[in-house]
Design a protein around this ligand. Structure first.
Ligand SMILES: *Cc1c(COP(=O)(O)O)cnc(C)c1O
Length: 418
């Protein structure tokens, strides 16, 4: 609940459900323990129920548009002159991003648990829109908590949620952004836990959320693994995904974790500099995060020397959060995945590059992964495959892009050269 971190537990419990190495766990007030235990049990039951899986798979296919294509970006690959770049097209899903995979799974679970009222938090509004969509689809009451600062920045998504029938509640405390919206949603949950289900939007929070959200996003790598074997007859040399809370990245990595030849690369929001407060790169070596507890889980947290949560900055709202999913903290420490960051400027450049070479306008979050792929591809062999998870489409970012980029046409734009 608290927005302040506490010191790392002295003897973190390892090897138990809900722990990823030392990370994860369940750091919540007593009043929420019963709710989390109820959720854990209900989720385990649903997972074992073939009917639940059939309903989920059916809606993922007919409603959301799965399987998403694995697209060979030929022109981008040729211009970079290295590895063959493939894009996993989560941007083509209903509502425009991977978030619907998780919102749909949790919505069905809520219905199964007999909860009629849904609450969720949202930063840029993407998870709020996905949740409001699923509530309309399933006939559930929907309340979305959103920082008032974010409501101003993302007016269009606020209207979308209201159009879909959701109530959007502005949060004015703290910095009036995502972290504060999560605190408010947790307060609501404590009060109304009997009839209310909390749909968390990323692989974050207390057990079972990080595991459950990962499982609902795992479909990305389950499909991609089959698709790349069909199309190339081999596994990718590397997979790149952007990391906010970490749900699209863990979904894209998961089925490749035991393929030790497949390099896994997460890209964080590098913002406008390496000093604390200027970025959202929790794994950055200097000026990055340290282990701590934030909003129910033990992971890397951007914090000052006193353990107070630092402010963050990224041009991309979906990457702008002080902590990161605990499974990524484990993958980072073990070295199975590596984490890098991409600056605001490079993400904007990559947005233009992908738009003009492939006719695909990526979400600013996804553009962070594209930028890293553009850096990596030329260092790789022409026979290598580099897979990028294109987590979402850029329609939601057009306002920001128009402010940040003064585009007059290809010749007038100095940043398109790749
Ligand atoms: C929300 C969002 C992200 C960041 O969230 P993760 O949980 O890290 O995936 C990335 N891309 C898009 C398009 C988003 O909407």
């Amino acid at each position: 609940m608290s927005t302040a971190t506490v010191n790392p537990p002295l003897n973190p419990v390892q090897g138990v459900p809900g722990r990823f190495g030392a990370y994860g766990g369940r750091y919540v007030p007593e009043t929420l323990m019963a709710a989390l235990e109820e959720l854990e049990a209900a989720y385990a039951e649903a997972q074992a129920d073939p009917e639940f899986q059939t309903t989920l798979d059916g809606l993922l296919h007919h409603y959301c548009g799965r399987p998403t294509p694995l697209y060979f970006a030929k022109r981008l690959s040729e211009q970079l002159g290295g590895a063959k770049i493939y894009l996993k097209r989560e941007d083509l899903l209903h509502t425009g991003a991977h978030k619907i995979n998780n919102a749909l799974g949790q919505g069905l679970l809520a219905r199964r648990m007999g909860k009629q009222r849904i609450i969720a938090e949202t930063g840029a509004g993407q998870h709020g829109v996905a949740t409001a969509t699923v509530c309309a689809l399933l006939g559930l009451e929907c309340v979305i908590y959103m920082g008032e600062e974010d409501m101003r920045r993302q007016e269009l998504n606020v209207y979308r949620m209201r159009l879909l029938g959701a109530e959007v509640r502005g949060v004015s405390g703290g910095s009036a952004t995502l972290k504060d919206a999560i605190n408010e949603a947790m307060r609501d949950w404590v009060t109304n836990v009997r009839n209310t289900y909390y749909v968390l939007g990323s692989a974050l929070g207390s057990h079972p959320y990080p595991t459950m959200v990962r499982d609902f996003q795992r479909v990305i790598s389950r499909e991609a693994r089959i698709q790349i074997l069909e199309q190339e007859g081999k596994l990718p040399a590397a997979i790149v995904a952007c990391v906010g809370g970490g749900s699209n990245a863990i979904g894209a990595f998961y089925e490749f974790l035991s393929d030790s030849n497949v390099q896994l690369i997460g890209v964080e929001g590098g913002g406008r500099g390496t000093a604390l407060g200027e970025h959202a790169a929790r794994f950055q070596k200097i000026g990055g995060g340290l282990p701590g507890v934030l909003q129910g889980t033990y992971s890397y947290v951007l914090q000052n020397d006193a353990g107070q949560v630092s402010s963050t900055h990224s041009v991309s709202a979906g990457l702008d959060y002080a902590s990161v999913g605990p499974e990524h903290a484990m993958l980072h420490d073990s070295g199975r995945a590596t984490y890098t960051s991409c600056s605001d400027t490079d993400a904007l450049k990559a947005t233009v590059a992908l738009s003009r070479t492939e006719g695909i306008i990526p979400a600013l979050e996804s553009a962070h992964a594209i930028s890293e792929a553009m850096r990596l591809a030329p260092t790789m062999a022409k026979t290598d495959v580099l897979m990028v998870n294109l987590s979402g489409r850029g329609d939601k970012d057009i306002g920001i892009l128009a402010r940040e980029l003064d585009l007059k046409g290809a010749e007038a734009s100095p940043i398109v050269s790749i």
